[in-house]
Design a protein. Sequence first.
Length: 263
Amino acid sequence: MESGVEELMPRLLPVDDCDLGEDFDPTVPPRTPQEYLKRVQIEAARCPDVVVAQIDPKKLRKKQTVNISISGCQPAPEGYSPTLKWQQQQVASFSAVRQSLNKHRNHWRSQHLDSNVTMPKSEDEEGWKKFCLGERVYSEIDALSDNENLGIDYIKVGFPPLLSIVSRMNQATVTSVLEYLISWFGEKKFTPELGRWLYALLACLEKPLLPEAHSLIRQLARRCSEVRVLEENKNEEQISALNLIICLVSRYFDQRDLADEPS
């Protein structure tokens, strides 16, 4: 039997049997190369030739859920598809914003942040969601109290994507925060706070896109198309914002298969 196994699986490191003496103890750490190799031989000899996995058949009978992601975006509701001219104008405006941001990044990065601005660490997902969206949106509180109307409380309404803030974010942080907000948007409604930050983060993304950023923006465009279709009241301002994000992802970042057909 051993000779047959040897023919099928020849030993890459053949080791001759050696006399290690009666005091050799395979349970203690090896002290010499010979003891180490002998210990490996002993452990290999104890392994069974065939191993059968123990599978619970009850788990296989449970309903399996398969998530399938469509490759393109859902068409805009009738009468709300953006024109090609509008899309071209948005791309040109967005390109100008990116150029200005890159040109003046060092200047804005050097500006002091207000004492109430504490940027979360890159890996703090919940912290970034509250920072960008505010506790009111994050906690889904419908209205502000009278006391809150006396002044802007950025902890509750979220910090806007000021140039002094986004200029301090490296590409890893930009990608992480974009992922956090897209994840939140996957189960929540679209809000102006979310829209402002998505636009700003897209403006900070460097080209060529990293694979993870490429996947994220495609996911974002598809989600925008889903929300746009489900928009019951057909709020023109909100649909326009969703159209804008889809336009930037598809036409500025060259994801043409996601683009809206001109009306």
